[in-house]
Ligand binder design. Structure first.
Ligand code: SF4
Length: 474
């Protein structure tokens, strides 16, 4: 995944972009960068690897190095960005967030057609952002180039550009899977993934962009370069998992959605006779917690925190290189409250179950800490398809999903013809899936949110939501 922030005004906006970008630290852990435009200095840039230190620490000296009346920043899990591009459109800084499923095809088409060379990343991969620039540069204007690149890319393409004229051009992806908010204050404008980031800096929301819409921000205001063009399919996981609790997308706040979602889960359990006798309801921190609060409020079972994550010395941005070290650190972070675990029957709510490895480790840790029984609820339906639209860090190939692995165990490849039945807890296949996952993860019971429940908790027209990872429907 990744986040972004940009601002333009008649004075320096470096401080706004520094703090605004820092507020996107929950969306990326690998790389961050800031590009600035100043009338005297022109385009300048700073990029850092942030996999072992937070954004704020790495960019502490940015106020001595850069300055600008138009500035953009990003935090992401992919290429070092913003890239500085030299082209017939002029020099510009470029940020790209998303996924290109037809990357090989675009690379061979570009290299074959124009005898051009693309750079490579340190790992040897072709640089995705540079590929996007190559497509933008083929047209006579940024707006035409962006539209062309988005049309050619199979996947998701959010684009943010800082021009050498000191304006910011930005485009929401064609399906609006990622949010793009525009904020304003007395003397300037900003663009941001998260709305709370600019609210803290004194901006108010001007509006969210439409899918595929391309706009230019300058001191004169917002100018639409290309109108919205796509059918909205905003990612539902924004609310259930990776959005920050104070954020709102399409006007729907994340924390409130999660509480509603937990309430609906509890209502479904009560209606189906699946409400277990437990000592308390708890969330798998952090994003499981508000889902659990909703479940506890509606079921009238006390809410508690049987373990707490130790975050002061282990910020999320710290990403050790090996899986063994990552597992060890995940374990070191979980600190039990013994009085709330020993001999207790617990119901945990997690945001989702993807491969099942994290839940397995959490459940083992609870039993090692003396829990009598652990029940689990997933705040979203069973994930049946890997995400092909976003660089969603926890998404994975279909074969790694615990649901697929269990279905293959239960009835081999034939089972993949019945994914809808397996999703539905009311069918015999649905019951078998849940039972087998319980056996594997040592759970006393497991239930999932329904698709209808999730859609109801978000509260938008279901036609506007991407739910591909649960339904496989585009
Ligand atoms: S497939 Fe899932 S994670 Fe990917 S964009 Fe759609 S809802 Fe979001």
């Amino acid at each position: 995944m990744g986040g972004f922030f940009g601002a333009v005004a008649g004075h320096s906006v470096l401080s706004d972009v520094f703090f605004g970008t820092d507020y996107h630290s929950h969306l990326g852990t690998k790389s961050a960068g800031i590009a600035a435009y100043d009338a005297q200095k022109g385009l300048q840039r700073q990029i850092h690897n942030i996999d072992n230190a937070p954004f704020r620490t790495k960019f502490a000296d940015v106020f001595h190095e850069l300055d600008g009346t138009a500035v953009i920043g990003t935090i992401n899990d992919t290429d070092p960005q913003p890239l500085l591009i030299r082209s017939r459109l002029g020099r510009y800084a470029l940020v790209f967030l998303g996924v290109i499923n037809n990357k090989e095809e675009l690379i061979s088409e570009y290299i074959g057609g124009l005898s051009a060379q693309l750079g490579t990343m340190s790992g040897g991969d072709q640089n995705t952002t540079e590929l996007v620039a190559a497509y933008i540069n083929q047209k006579d204007t940024f707006a035409d180039g962006i539209r062309y690149a988005q049309e050619r890319i199979d996947g998701t393409a959010f684009i943010l550009i800082l021009t050498e004229q000191g304006t910011i051009i930005t485009a929401r992806d064609k399906a609006g899977r990622l949010p793009v908010h525009v904020g304003q204050k007395e003397d300037g404008y900003c663009v941001s993934f998260e709305d709370f980031a600019y609210e803290k800096l004194g901006y108010t929301t001007l509006r969210e962009l439409q899918p595929g819409e391309v706009v230019e921000l300058s001191t004169d205001g917002l100018k639409v370069l290309k109108p919205g063009c796509g059918r909205m399919r905003v990612c539902s996981f924004l609310w259930s998992y990776y959005g920050f609790p104070t954020a709102a997308y399409q006007g729907v706040n994340v924390e409130c959605m999660r509480c509603r979602n937990g309430e609906i889960l509890a209502e479904n359990d009560a209606a189906n006779g699946n409400l277990p006798q437990v000592d308390c309801v708890a969330g798998v921190p952090d994003s499981g917690t508000p889902h659990a609060i909703g479940y506890a409020n509606r079921s009238h079972i006390p809410f508690a925190r049987p373990f707490v994550k130790y975050t002061p010395t282990w910020p999320r941005s710290f990403m050790p290189p090996t899986q063994i070290e990552r597992n060890r650190i995940a374990k070191m972070k979980q600190i039990p409250v013994h009085d709330l675990i020993k001999d207790k029957t617990l119901l945990f709510v997690d945001d989702s179950i993807v491969r099942g490895t994290q839940i397995r480790e959490t459940v083992e840790f609870l039993y090692e800490s003396g829990a009598k029984q652990v029940h689990m609820r997933s705040a979203c339906p069973p994930i049946m398809y890997g995400c092909k639209y976003l660089n969603f860090t926890r998404s994975t190939g279909d074969q790694e999903l615990i649901t697929r692995a269990v279905i293959l165990e239960l009835e081999g490849e034939d089972g993949l013809q019945h994914l809808d039945e397996y999703s539905d807890g009311a069918t015999p296949r649905g019951r078998r899936l849940r039972q087998r996952i319980c056996e594997k993860l040592h759970l006393a019971s497991l239930e999932f949110q329904t698709l209808e429940g999730l859609q109801k908790a978000i509260g938008l027209d279901p036609e506007l939501l991407c739910t591909y990872c649960w339904t496989g429907k585009e």
